[in-house]
Design a protein around this ligand. Structure first.
Ligand SMILES: [Mn+2]
Length: 488
């Protein structure tokens, strides 16, 4: 990636030559990743005004915040539009005007919609990391997948476009990392790899990121009491400690670690000393080994932001990403974006409030799935939750529920949409172990939903689809069939 940045910097000196603009994209054409970044940055630089069209999740919000700040800094007027996803209904939020539309974290899979919306090649560029469905018009785009970068989210690519526009945008490295972590790019390898790792290095060099290489692979390292943090850990599942805060607490007390600071507040993992951390990790490792389990997933890289206030969710990448997701799920992506741009006043207070609300509704959903129970097919487990929960959180609930169920069977949750009585939303989740054995939910949902006149997409490990309500009865069988074929 260093070489990409160097090439990008060099090509900035040849502003205006824009040799790659309008380059025809065909299946076999392999323009370099850096050339694609450069070309998109060139199009932005040449624009009179820009409309950023982004997705409402953490990656989308971080992407938008990166691009909007970088574009404004160039002196180019920029406005933003957030959409839940790009579909015929939401395209009407994309203005028909003279601005350059920069689609980010979406667009690659919906190029036909851009075309139907009347956008020509000169009107739009795409920055995305989802599987592309090319259309008649060859939109200028940069997509990590075209260059083998499967662990790089849209915010990562947006960051490279931003640093291509101006070197000083390395200050936005934390946002690039938050987007990647929010999109689970660090999960499989317990850390960011490839170009995403170069963003971490930029932040470390700038002093905006503190990178811990072998940290505890748990959520809540900056905000939760450590025993609570450990008890929530389910990847790896720690015998006796996972789901048992009481035991986790006595486990820590037996290690002679003070759990509260002098004023009585619970200490968080981030403030444990190196020796304390070492003692906890080796204690857990012994627990895992005693139960014949691997310690591989006990460790993960973490990314802390030393400039943020201690004991807040802004302090590390995964908690920050959850805060942004909460804003998006409750239809307030702009509040998340304001936080990304540095608002620590009213926008931050609103974001915290949404995070609390978000957690309580997800807890309710997970409890509901546990109470109702899933229907098991040979290669799939599923449940229809009707209209009880907002469709924007069922995927998260599915992911958490799967960790408590049979991990070999991907979970599928169906739900109704408040604004579309004809459609059913489908969310699926599996885990890395099943992906490594050939399970690909993106493919499964794309095939099965196309058969019933719906549409699906996403990633191998997490995917979603919209299907007509009339097809909901038989849909699980169709997905099960594709999963069976993938397992063969
Ligand atoms: Mn994304």
């Amino acid at each position: 990636m260093r070489s990409i940045l160097r090439r990008v910097t060099i090509s900035r000196n040849f502003r205006g030559r824009a040799v790659f603009i309008g380059f025809p994209r065909t299946g076999t054409e392999t323009m370099g990743f850096s050339a694609d970044i450069d070309a998109v940055a060139g199009r932005i630089r040449d624009a009179e005004a820009v409309t950023v069209v982004s997705h409402i999740d953490a990656d989308g919000i971080a992407s938008e915040a990166i691009l909007a700040q970088a574009i404004a800094q160039e002196g180019i007027p920029v406005t933003s539009v957030f959409v839940r996803q790009l579909e015929p209904l939401t395209m009407r939020h994309v203005p028909i005007d003279d601005t350059l539309k920069v689609f980010v974290d979406l667009g690659a899979g919906q190029q036909n919609l851009l075309e139907e919306h009347g956008l020509y090649e000169r009107d739009a560029v795409i920055i995305d990391h989802h599987v592309a469905q090319p259309a008649g018009i060859a939109y200028q785009q940069v997509n990590g997948l075209d260059h083998g970068h499967t662990k790089l989210s849209a915010a990562g690519i947006a960051y490279f476009v931003a640093t291509c526009l101006d070197d000083t945008n390395v200050r936005l490295a934390p946002l690039g990392v938050i987007g990647n972590v929010g999109d689970m790019m660090a999960r499989e390898h317990c850390g960011l790899v490839g170009p995403a790792r170069d963003i971490v290095s930029d932040g470390v060099r700038e002093g905006t990121i503190r990178h811990v290489e072998r940290d505890l692979n748990c959520y809540g390292l900056s905000t939760r009491p450590v025993h609570v943090c450990l008890s929530y850990c389910d990847d790896p599942y720690i015998p006796r400690i996972s789901n048992n805060a009481q035991y986790a607490r006595s486990f820590l007390e037996n290690l002679d670690i003070p759990l509260r600071e002098h004023a009585g507040r619970w200490r968080v993992w981030e403030e444990f000393s190196i020796d304390e951390r070492r003692a906890v990790i080796s204690g857990i490792a012994q627990q895992l080994i005693a139960h014949g389990q691997s310690v591989d997933r006990l460790f993960a890289e973490t990314y802390y932001f030393p400039d943020e206030a201690e004991q807040t969710p802004l302090r590390n990448a995964s908690e920050y990403a959850t805060l942004l997701n909460a804003c998006g799920r409750w239809a307030q992506p702009r509040i998340g974006s304001a936080v990304c741009r540095g608002d620590r006043g009213s926008a931050y207070r609103d974001a915290e409030q949404m995070l609390r609300h978000h957690r309580s509704i997800i807890r309710e959903l997970v409890q509901f799935i546990a109470d109702k129970g899933v229907t098991e097919l040979s290669h799939l487990q599923y449940l229809h939750v009707g209209d009880r929960f907002p469709d924007t959180i069922v995927g998260i609930g599915a992911g958490i529920s799967l960790s408590k169920l049979n991990w070999r069977k991907p979970i599928m949750i169906l739900c109704y949409l408040p604004d579309d009585p004809e459609l059913v939303k489908v969310s699926m989740r599996t885990n890395e172990r099943m992906v490594s054995r050939g399970i690909d939910l993106q493919h499964a949902l794309q095939i099965a939903s196309a058969e019933v006149g719906g549409a699906g997409g996403g990633h191998a490990i997490a995917a979603g689809a919209y299907i007509p309500k009339v097809a909901e009865q038989e849909f699980a069988d169709r997905v099960n069939r594709v999963l069976r074929e993938q397992s063969a």
